[in-house]
Write a protein that binds this ligand. Structure first.
Ligand code: SF4
Ligand code: SF4
Ligand code: FES
Length: 246
């Protein structure tokens, strides 16, 4: 027989004027290799079909099942119950708009962040589909792809003190995105142009540097290194502008 698990799950429907935020308790028996996602699916199938939570891939790829698991943002489909105590509290991610219960709308936040930092290659070049693709050194391509692995789950944003206090802060995820474009030789933006995008209090200078973002990232992205590199570059750029150095 497996352990008896007790789940305390946040419930609230912002669309229903009679709904009041509260937690509901559910008991289920643990099975081998049970994840939080499996437990939630069982609770929904066996005890409460109205329970809302998001998922898609069930394999840590789509980023949609992120929630706060015993106080720590993480992916429900990757979190094994055997690594948790027998009382498990589940809350929706803060910062994002609540859809209901454990489901939040990360899409609107990420779209706005991507627009704010112009998260695409800026080039005057035109695409000719008849010409062979431009080659890139393998080492550089791998460095870029390392930073491309973000699944936009929102865990780093939810764990970030600045993002929790200020809606205008772009978060470590955006700074990581910019670091990826700075590495890419196809992006023709100058350091001064990057500085205008993230060399502000909404960007790199709003970060308090406590690194909760890297601690919770389920894809182990090197957010700490990127923050350090950008902070040094943007600090140097700020000095150059102050002392009018070319
Ligand atoms: S290090 Fe910066 S971006 Fe990361 S969680 Fe802390 S304040 Fe947020
Ligand atoms: S950087 Fe990591 S924690 Fe943040 S959104 Fe991307 S995958 Fe999730
Ligand atoms: S369901 Fe896709 S990451 Fe969890």
């Amino acid at each position: 027989m497996g352990r008896q698990l007790k789940f305390h799950i946040f419930r609230y429907n912002p669309e229903d004027p009679n709904s009041v935020p509260h937690t509901d308790d559910f008991d289920i028996e643990e099975t081998g290799s049970m994840t939080i996602f499996i437990a939630l699916t069982r609770i929904r199938e066996e005890q409460d079909p109205s329970l809302q939570f998001d998922f898609c891939c069930r394999a840590g790829i789509c980023g949609s099942c992120a929630m706060v698991i015993n106080g720590r943002p993480g992916l429900a489909c990757k979190a094994l119950t055997k690594e948790l105590s027998d009382e498990i509290t589940l809350m929706p991610l803060p910062v994002f708009n609540l859809v209901g219960d454990l489901s939040v709308n990360t899409g609107t936040w990420f779209r706005s962040m991507n627009e704010k930092v112009s998260s695409w290659i800026h080039t005057d070049g035109t695409l000719d589909s008849n010409v062979q693709e431009e080659r890139m050194e393998n080492e550089l391509a791998e460095e870029i792809y390392e930073l491309e692995r973000c699944v936009e789950c929102g865990c780093c944003v939810a764990a970030c003190g600045t993002a929790n206090m200020r809606d205008d802060f772009v978060g470590a995820v955006a700074l990581n995105r910019i670091a990826r474009f700075m590495l890419d030789p196809r992006d023709q933006r100058t350091e001064k142009e990057y500085f205008e995008v993230i060399g502000t209090d909404e960007g790199v200078f709003g970060c308090m540097g406590l690194l909760a973002c890297e601690d919770v990232c389920p894809k182990d992205l090197p957010l700490q290194d990127q923050l350090g590199i950008l902070r040094r570059k943007m600090g140097w750029n700020a000095l150059k502008q102050l002392f009018k150095i070319k």
